[in-house]
Design a protein around this ligand. Structure first.
Ligand code: NAP
Length: 284
């Protein structure tokens, strides 16, 4: 960052959350900006817990080019938009808003893209369209994952959740390819799945991971955990001990940022910056 100047042409983007101080997005985006020599800056915004709408309305017309949106505002972000991508509509949430010069707010969701890119990087032989996938959880991250899988051609998604009613509500919203199951009925789904994705918050910050019998999966099944702190959760460790290919949540976090950067600053992030390593330094 040393030596970067703010000018009359500096493009401003940022991330909105409550809290926002823990977000790694400013580190990733500003490292890319510096490496690409782009006249831009990426800053955190922390409205109060009910202040998202006011903030978004204030940015209308392009006061800033756009924002990423994190917990707890992703559903508010979709509601604030005049137009939304199919990914955002299916996910029921947006993590990217663009403030157009004509006053419109455009919404997108790049979390699902980030998840699929993480699979492409860490499990390149896996193909979303080749068979059923099990998603553990029925919160916002799970719905984004299910939406992305359906758009990528996954023929069947088992949604396994502690509170089965939430999985049922997701199936009602997303259609017949989604099968809701309670946690204690996960085994049959695991055996049929080409991938198992933990989209619950269990396992975060060293808390116990979900007690799911991954030995019921096929040897070729890919196991992903969206939790990235710790990087190797007990869930991923169990999968690795069984010899399964694994995908970590940090790769998803890094990859979901790439299309946002392009949307804000007009070019794809430079490949030579090892932003995964920068993010890992933050996690240590
Ligand atoms: P959320 O909306 O609060 O949903 C939490 C989900 O976890 C619910 O399905 C909940 O089940 C389940 N859950 C929580 N604790 C559990 C436990 N002890 N046992 C069983 N189920 C449990 O959260 P979210 O926004 O979807 O986020 C979920 C996780 O994904 C978080 O850890 C988040 O950091 C991570 N995430 C990562 C990325 C990335 O880029 N890597 C992106 C987005 C999210 P109930 O419905 O039964 O309560």
């Amino acid at each position: 960052m040393t030596g970067r100047r703010i000018t009359g042409r500096t493009v401003v983007a940022g991330v909105v959350g409550h809290p926002v101080a823990q977000s790694m997005s400013p580190i990733l985006h500003n490292a890319w900006l510096a490496a690409a020599g782009i006249d831009g800056v990426y800053v955190p915004f922390a409205p109060d817990a009910h202040g998202f709408r006011r903030l978004a309305e204030g940015f209308r017309g392009g006061a800033v080019r756009g924002v990423n949106v994190t917990i707890p505002f992703k559903a508010d972000a979709l509601a604030a938009a005049d137009k939304a991508s199919e990914a955002a509509r299916l996910a029921g949430a947006a993590n990217l808003l663009l403030f157009e010069p004509d006053g419109r707010i455009l919404a997108d969701n790049t979390d699902g893209f980030g998840m699929l890119r993480a699979f492409a990087v860490q499990a390149p032989k896996w193909d979303a369209a080749l068979g059923p996938v099990t998603v553990l959880g029925a919160g916002g991250a799970a719905r984004g994952a299910v939406a992305a899988l359906l758009l990528a051609g996954t023929p069947k998604v088992f949604v396994v959740n502690r509170t089965v009613e939430k999985a049922e509500a997701m199936a009602a919203a997303l259609g017949q390819k989604v099968s809701p199951l309670p946690l204690n009925h996960a085994v049959g789904a695991l055996g049929l799945s080409t991938a198992v994705i933990n989209a619950t918050s269990a396992g975060m910050g060293g808390a116990p991971s979900l007690d799911v019998p991954l030995d019921a999966t096929q040897p070729a099944c890919v196991v992903m955990d969206m939790v990235y702190k710790p990087l190797v959760t007990p869930f991923l460790q169990q999968a690795q001990d069984l010899g399964r290919t694994t995908v970590d949540g940090l790769e998803m976090l890094v990859r979901q940022a790439e299309p946002s950067f392009e949307a804000f600053y007009g070019e794809y992030p430079p490949a030579e910056v090892d932003v995964r390593e920068l993010a890992l330094e933050q996690l240590r």
